[in-house]
Design a protein. Structure first.
Length: 662
């Protein structure tokens, strides 16, 4: 029997009828092992329930008793919650809960809405709970995108946040649902993943296992922004989050504009134009859009919405999941994992990153394909059955073994899983790839006498497209692994490439772009792409789409954009001094990718990437969201390689991309 210890509920959460109490909590036994094909390598008693009674409806559906309840929070707001209890369970079961802004349909007595749990998890047997978060669908209250976390209960003792709402919900469940074992797990993908992460700080003691999957960590660096640039591809779905409802509803109360053309590039450039025209689509009642416009910089509004500073004091198991080709939420899982690891030594904390686009691991799909590239078969199913289900089974039921890996990563070049006991791997070393004259990419620094820079003309009125496929998309996905040959042919995209590799090179960990640049304007963006160039004799495979040829394919592996005005501070933007050489340095996020022998490594650099991200006018204006047509001007941009022969030993103007290599 594991040793027991006493733990006191944090009194800062003793509000709205929640009282401090002493709990007996079983320590989790040391982790054991879990296998996956291709990989190397006493119950809690809940505190007193919220005193107010919840209104509810109860109906037995096939296999489950379904209850719909309105659970009161400490401030009196009630949240619509659906509870599915298996019929005829032979033992007390844990809860697995999802909190979502996307609706806990189906409402009413008919139908079961537990699609957020895989078949493997459902087969294990749990009490499933789905909750509409505050201000969404059938719940009361006012919605707030990534509601700020308030440590404790705030200065006046009445503050609420997603952690307190989760606490109050768990408290009610423990007191009002029969047949549970006193333990709760949380999971969710995308926005529900954020709510799982937001419940980590000051968590309820019954919360024993959390799995934030594709979670948002900070809206300014993930999802709606990337390092200061607005994700314009999201413009058409902004309405989903922008409008407040006036009362609980089972029907959509928001509207999203549907362009009359499938040509996304043309619509965004000519029909929408500068974002200052957006009021034609989102007026003053579109609250979230107006917040975006009025807060272009990383000010207190955005800083308060980052969950990362609050990920401390976590004492239950965390499994973060993401996709290396997730165009929506890549920053979130990587940085939530890192922060939990750094701030909570001794806590079980692991990460899984597969060759998935947004949420692919939650689907049953057989072949895993992103864009044109096939990565393997059954990867999502094996994750669900051999990693996710055993994680919850161990920490919520005490059955089976806990995962032994710290990081379970999929090599997107070799197409195989590797389990690591730390990330980046302990044997990885930093390597620089220098951007040199004549489109050369090399681990060797430029030599004296090489040309000092490569120059291109950037025109925001003729921006570089992010894909060669004309389409309107509401959320971008496939481009994360798409062929970049269309961009190489553009004069406003510069590229640097190695010779064919004689030996394999594996990047494993975070990447950094270090660009020495000068511009003739007063503002500029810089996007950097890491690309795997296939040999010219690469054959197609059974999953290659018609009309696509893998011979010479330039597969994007990783990419990121940096808004130049924020090169030194995201809070205090500053213009460029025309002609002055300036350092622009930024992370590209993590990769785990092997460039095989015969392949080449390519880096592309450009300053527009449209309509994936909004256009920088290249004239410094106080707020780019309010820039007008006349602000958008052409400018010459230089990426510097050397300081010139006479200044070689002193100036140090080299540009490079640096990463962890095994």
């Amino acid at each position: 029997m594991p040793a027991l210890h006493l733990r006191r509920i944090r009194p800062s959460r003793a509000a709205g009828g929640i009282t401090a109490a002493l709990l007996l909590a079983a320590l989790v036994p040391p982790p054991a092992s879990v296998s996956l094909p291709g990989i190397a390598g006493a119950s809690l008693a809940g505190p007193a329930a919220v005193a107010a009674q919840a209104t509810e409806g109860r109906q037995e559906t096939p296999g489950y008793v379904k209850r719909e309840v309105m659970i009161p929070m400490r401030d009196g707001i009630r949240l619509h919650t659906t509870i599915y209890t298996p019929v005829g369970a032979a033992e007390d079961l844990p809860f697995i809960m999802q909190r979502t802004p996307y609706s806990c349909r189906p409402y009413g007595p008919d139908g079961i809405g537990i699609g957020f749990a895989s078949r493997a998890i459902q087969a294990d047997g749990y009490i499933f709970v789905c909750q509409d978060v505050r201000g969404r669908w059938m719940s009361e209250g006012v919605y707030d995108n990534m509601r700020p976390h308030v440590p404790g209960d705030g200065p006046d003792g009445t503050a609420v946040d997603e952690s307190s709402d989760t606490w109050d919900t768990i408290d009610w469940l423990l007191a009002n649902v029969e047949g549970h074992n006193g333990k709760v797990g949380m999971k969710g993908i995308s926005y529900p993943g954020f709510y799982a992460a937001a419940a980590l700080p000051e968590a309820h003691p019954a919360l024993a296992a959390s799995s934030p999957q594709a979670p948002i960590a900070d809206f300014y660096f993930d999802d709606f922004h990337h390092r200061g640039a607005f994700t314009q591809a999201y413009f058409l779905i902004t309405g989903l989050f922008a409008y407040e409802k006036t009362e609980p509803t089972s029907q959509a109360w928001y509207d999203m504009y549907r362009p009359p053309t499938p040509d996304g590039y043309r619509w965004h450039l000519h029909e929408l134009g500068p974002l200052s025209n957006a009021d034609r689509f989102y007026g003053e009642d579109a609250v979230f859009w107006q917040q975006i416009v009025e807060h272009p910089d990383y000010d207190a509004f955005w800083q308060s919405r980052s969950i990362l500073p609050h990920l401390t004091g976590i004492d239950h198991a965390v499994l973060t999941v993401g996709g290396f080709f997730d165009a929506e939420d890549l920053y979130g899982p990587l940085n939530i994992y890192r922060t939990v690891e750094r701030e909570n030594p001794g806590t079980f904390n692991a990460i899984v990153m597969g060759p998935w686009s947004h949420g692919d691991w939650g689907r049953t799909r057989g072949a895993q394909v992103v864009g044109d590239i096939w990565f393997g078969d059954g990867l999502s199913e094996s994750f669900q059955e051999e990693v996710e289900a055993p994680f919850f089974r161990h920490f919520l039921k005490g059955e089976g073994e806990a995962p032994t890996f710290e990081a379970l990563m999929y090599d997107t070049g070799r197409r195989e899983w590797t389990a690591f006991d730390r990330w980046p791997p302990a044997d990885a070393q930093r390597m620089r790839m220098y951007l040199r004259d004549r489109e050369v990419l090399s681990p060797d620094a430029p030599a004296p006498g090489e040309a000092e820079f490569t120059e291109y003309l950037s025109d925001p009125n003729e921006p570089v497209p992010y894909t060669d496929r004309t389409r309107i998309v509401f959320t971008p996905r496939a481009y994360m692994s798409e062929d970049q040959r269309f961009a190489e042919s553009r004069p406003d995209v510069i590229e640097f490439m190695t010779e064919p590799l004689e030996e394999a090179v594996t990047f494993a960990g975070d990447l950094t772009a270090h660009l020495q640049v000068s511009v003739t304007g007063t503002d500029a963006d810089f996007a950097v792409k890491l690309i795997d160039v296939y040999p010219d004799d690469t054959p197609n495979n059974d999953h290659t789409p018609d009309g696509i040829y893998l011979a010479g394919y330039q597969q994007m592996v990783r990419s990121e954009i940096q808004r130049g005005r924020y090169r030194n501070s995201f809070e205090r933007p500053e213009p460029f001094e025309p002609g002055e050489v300036t350092l622009v340095e930024f992370p590209l996020q993590d990769v785990y990718h092997t460039f095989e022998p015969g392949h080449r490594i390519m880096i592309q650099v450009q300053s527009t990437w449209f309509p994936l991200f909004d256009r920088n006018p290249q004239t410094f204006v106080p707020n780019i969201y309010k820039a007008v047509e006349g602000n958008f001007v052409k400018a010459f941009h230089r990426v510097w390689h050397t300081a010139g022969r006479e200044r070689w030993h002193t100036a140090g103007r080299e540009s490079w991309v640096e990463g962890w290599v095994r």
